[in-house]
Design a protein around this ligand. Sequence first.
Ligand code: G3P
Ligand code: CA
Length: 228
Amino acid sequence: MNEILKIGHRGANGYEPENTLISFQKAIEMGANGIELDVHLSSDGHLIVIHDETIDRTTNGKGTVNQLTLQELKSFRINNKYEIPTLEEVLDLINKRCFINIELKNQDTAEQVVQLIERNISENNWNHTHFLVSSFDWNALQQVRFLNEDIRIGVLTETDMDLAFSFARFIKAEALHPDFQLLTNEYTVKIQEKGIRVFPWTVNDKEDIQRMKSFKVDGIITDFLDRI
Ligand code: G3P
Ligand code: CA
């Protein structure tokens, strides 16, 4: 049996502040095969790694990411210490040591993420296996597929496995990323039979991790990489 891939949710979210360089570095040190992160656009068009639409929950500032410039975003701190990273900064840090699952939080980011991936593949020796682009916004995923036939896509769902499975086949997805509570052994087999991988999220509890392993999923997105 193939090894189950360990994918660090927002880096090593169980141990370091989410979506920070220190969190991604920790995930690498913990043996991650991949890291998951979230992207939004700043008002001046930079890809910013942050989960929420606003900076209110995770930083000492207030405001909406797409209404703040990169320079403004950089002036705030996470845990009074860390800067909000750009996607380029995360790529520099990771430097091909694992794959990067880029979650598009909305459609605005699709085109630039595609361009960033293409640029790094053509100029910096990255390859397609280093990237996996996922989203709950399936229009954003369609845009990615329209722009590039080869980028690996992960279809996120928290509601409807059947619809997500159909869409994943339609869009030629690499993987389906279900809320782990929706996943069954039957779905796992059915999806994998079509050559689509199964990466449930966010699986933190040891019993849930065991259940996902018993389904023989291809990878697990978790805050606690050491539990897998
Ligand atoms: O990509 C899986 C998971 O990260 C989706 O939910 O809210 O943590 O971005 P969320
Ligand atoms: Ca995410």
